[in-house]
Design a protein around this ligand. Structure first.
Ligand code: PLP
Length: 422
């Protein structure tokens, strides 16, 4: 069992004789033990098992194991949201005085976390433009850099990351390369195969796929040797808060175990069993859905690029798109359903186009089965200054379109009538 579509359905849960065929929802905060010594062994990581749902839960584990199998990682941790996954992963290695080197073209919430919130705690973020030269990005890294961060396909600017370029920089400096793979998912791209060390997801998007469950996941690639550098001292010395455990001795699961027993223990942002169940169910059709999202988006992008009321379209399936070549290299199986475009006439016309849509709704969400639109400059990215918006490539007429899995003709028909009514 190694093919992505099979793993989407089968991985992560194997019922034993007489157990439920479908992953059950274990709605319990705690677990009963016969002896104190048995429970103590769990605390000491001498035995596997569950003792408190803030650290682990069987329904949540099934989801973690499925995603881990899809990405080819060593372990995974499910969090309450995509934002908490990013926060926990970053705090797992960054302390006050450290810095992150991040692509500027990233989700607005992550940009805010890095540029404003983490700064208050003494963690600096140095942003680069994904198109910057390798040399100039390389110069941002110093001995306090703990993470190089980027999105595979940036939300909402649809920039395709030049993976090899960033992976080379991370490797040269022995810095963790952390990638948010939300908008393509492991069905279309597996970052660990291209040099990433940690993969992050907002599972609220395509993994759930139906807009019913908020969540996020961290996948440990298990491919970073913390003993070969002195950049991550915390992995090499005993953790006083966890019985003197030295995380690097755990080998491939060092990052993941530290994140769970230290970060999750102290911050408590675990995914709920109910949301893990729903996300797991959604993921059974992930491969099928990503194929259909990708096919539909290609057709919609072509239609938009040929319409004279549309000023510009960003989708890497278009040969005219600056990221076409990178998408051919990294995303040959599909590019998902996300695109952005600008209606001629600026922000007001963009708003009136969106209001004229019938089937396609205006929602603060992307990447579920239903097509939807959003105007980032006035909503998800409104906390950013005009200069910041320009810097990350968000024009005032930019409409983010998330193409769903309806019939492509119906999606195009709705867009066509809205454009014609302008
Ligand atoms: N990463 C990306 C690429 C996103 O698009 C989002 C949300 O839109 C997040 C992270 C944050 O995820 P969540 O909304 O689940 O906290």
């Amino acid at each position: 069992m190694s093919k992505i579509d099979t793993l989407c359905v089968q991985a992560g849960y194997e019922p034993k004789n007489g157990e439920p065929r479908v992953v059950p929802i274990v709605q319990s905060t705690t677990y009963a033990y016969d002896t104190a010594a048995g429970l103590a062994d769990l605390f000491d990581l001498k035995a596997d098992g569950y003792f408190y749902t803030r650290l682990a839960n069987p329904t949540v584990s099934a989801l973690e194991n499925k995603l881990c199998a899809l990405d080819g990682g060593s372990c995974a941790i499910a969090c309450a949201s995509g934002m908490s996954a990013t926060l926990l992963a970053v705090l797992n290695v960054c302390n006050a005085g450290d810095n992150i080197v991040s692509a500027r073209a990233i989700y607005g919430g992550t940009y805010n976390l890095f540029s404003i919130t983490l700064k208050k705690y003494g963690i600096e973020c140095r942003f680069f433009d994904p198109d910057d030269t390798e040399e100039s990005i390389d110069k941002l890294v110093d001995d306090k850099t703990k993470v190089i961060f980027a999105e595979t396909l940036a939300n909402p600017t649809i920039v395709v990351l030049d993976f090899d370029k960033i992976a080379r920089i991370a490797k040269r400096h022995s810095v963790l390369f952390m990638v948010d793979n939300t908008l393509v998912t492991p069905a279309l791209f597996r970052p660990l195969e291209w040099g990433a060390n940690i993969v992050l997801y907002s599972s609220s998007k395509y993994l759930d796929g139906h807009a019913v469950a908020l969540g996020g996941l961290i996948v440990d690639g298990g491919n970073f040797d913390y003993t070969k550098t002195n950049r991550y001292e915390e992995f090499l010395v005993p953790d006083e808060s966890y019985h003197g455990l030295v995380y690097s001795t755990l080998g491939k699961t060092a990052f993941g175990v530290k994140c769970r027993v230290q970060m999750m223990r102290d911050m408590g942002a675990i995914m709920s069993p109910q949301n893990a169940f729903l996300t797991n169910l959604g993921m059974e059709t992930l491969a099928l859905r990503m194929e259909k999202h990708s096919e539909n988006a290609k057709k919609v992008a072509k239609f938009l690029s040929e319409n004279d009321k549309v000023e510009w379209v960003k989708h890497p399936s278009l040969e005219s798109d600056p990221y076409y070549a990178l998408a051919q290299k990294y995303l040959p199986d599909g590019m998902g359903g996300m695109m952005s475009f600008g209606v001629k006439g600026g922000s007001e016309r963009a708003a009136s186009f969106m209001e004229k849509l019938k089937m396609i709704k205006i929602v603060t969400h992307v990447a579920d089965a239903r097509s939807c639109v959003l105007h980032p400059a006035s909503t998800t990215h409104r906390q950013l200054s005009k200069a910041d918006l320009e810097a990350i490539g968000i024009a005032d007429n930019l409409i983010r379109l998330s193409v769903g899995i309806e019939n492509a003709d119906d999606i195009i028909e709705d867009i066509k009538q809205a454009l014609e009514s302008l």
